[in-house]
Design a binder for this molecule. Structure first.
Ligand code: NAD
Length: 253
C-alpha cells in the first residue's frame, strides 16, 4: 500500500538505533525526507548514511531531546535543511528502572524532561507549520506500560501515561487543522534497550514465554504501526494508542 507520504518532511528523534531507526528507515522507504536526531553524532551519521540511496532522503542532526534549548535548535535546523516538518515521531531512550520507594526528586525531574517534556516541546515546535499547511502527523513512541504497568519501570510507567493523556488532549485541539496525534505502544522489542533491561538469559526466556506470540517484536514491526499512523490513510484516526505487543496486554480495551 502506498502510504502517500512521499516528499513529506519528517523529524524522527531517537533515530540512531532500535525502534526510532526502524521508523526512519520505513519513512525513507516511503519516499519521505527525514531528519534523524539522536545524541551521538557518530552513531547517527552512520545510521543516516545507511538509509541514503532509498527513495527518500535522510539527514542527521545531533540533539538531546531532554534539553529544551536543543529541541528548539533541532526544529529550526531541520526546517532550514528540509523545510517545514509534516511528520513528527517523538521517541528517545526510556528513563532508568527503579522501584517507587528508591527514586528521588532528581530522578523524577530527569524523567519528566526526557519522556514527557520532550514530547510536549517537540509537538509545540512543529505545530505552527502543520497548522498553517493544514496537514500534520504526530506520533509518540510510548510503551505497553500505558495499559499495564511494568515491574519496577516506575518512571516509564508514569511518564508514558502522562504523554498519552497529553496526546489525547492535543489531538482534540488540532484535529480541525488536519493534524492527527497518536501513540504507538511497543511491547518487548529486540533492541539495545531490551538487552540493557534483561541482561540475564533466564529472565529473558521467561519473559518471552509469557508473551502470547512467544517471541519479542522486531523493530520493523513497531515501525509498521507508526508508519500507518503517519499515512494519508490514517487521517481519521486521532488521539489513539496502537499497542503492538504480541498479545501481551490481556485487557479488552
Ligand atoms: P534504544 O535504547 O535501542 O534506542 C533509543 C534511541 O534514542 C537511540 O537512538 C538513542 O541514541 C536515542 N536517545 C536516547 N536518549 C536520547 C535523548 N535524550 N535525546 C535524543 N535521542 C536520545 O531504545 P528502543 O528500544 O528503540 O526504544 C525506543 C523507545 O521505546 C524508548 O522510549 C523505550 O523505552 C520504548 N519502549 C521500548 C521497548 C523495547 O522492548 N525495546 C518496549 C516498550 C517501550
Amino acid at each position: 500500500m502506498d502510504l502517500q507520504i512521499a516528499g513529506k518532511t519528517a523529524l524522527v528523534t531517537g533515530a540512531s538505533k532500535g525502534i526510532g531507526l526502524a521508523i526512519a528507515e520505513g519513512l525513507v522507504a516511503e519516499g519521505a525526507r527525514v531528519v534523524m536526531a539522536a545524541r551521538d553524532q557518530s552513531d547517527l551519521a552512520a545510521a543516516a548514511e545507511r538509509l541514503r540511496g532509498g527513495p527518500g532522503e535522510a539527514v542527521a542532526i545531533a540533539s538531546d531531546v531532554a534539553d529544551p534549548s536543543r529541541i528548539r535548535r533541532l526544529v529550526d535546523d531541520a526546517r532550514q535543511r528540509l523545510g517545514p516538518i509534516d511528520i513528527l515521531v517523538a521517541n528517545a531512550g526510556g528513563p532508568p528502572a527503579g522501584p517507587p520507594s528508591r527514586l528521588d526528586d532528581a530522578d523524577w525531574a530527569r524523567a519528566v524532561e526526557l519522556t514527557l517534556m520532550s514530547a510536549v516541546r517537540l509537538a509545540r515546535a512543529v505545530l505552527p507549520d502543520m497548522r498553517e499547511r493544514g496537514w500534520g502527523r504526530i506520533v509518540n513512541v510510548t510503551s505497553l506500560s500505558v495499559k499495564q504497568p511494568i515491574g519496577d519501570l516506575t518512571l516509564s510507567n508514569a511518564m508514558r501515561s502522562a504523554v498519552t493523556a497529553f496526546a489525547r488532549t492535543l489531538a482534540g485541539e488540532v484535529a480541525a487543522a488536519g493534524v492527527t496525534v497518536n501513540n504507538v505502544a511497543p511491547g518487548y522489542t529486540s533492541t539495545e534497550r531490551l538487552e540493557q533491561l534483561f541482561a540475564d538469559d533466564y529472565a529473558k526466556a521467561r519473559l518471552m514465554a509469557s508473551i502470547p506470540v512467544k517471541r519479542f517484536a522486531q523493530p520493523f514491526e513497531i515501525a509498521a504501526a507508526a508508519l500507518y499512523l503517519c499515512s494519508e490513510q490514517a487521517a481519521y484516526v486521532t488521539g489513539q494508542t496502537l499497542v503492538v505487543d504480541g498479545g501481551m496486554v490481556a485487557s479488552t480495551y
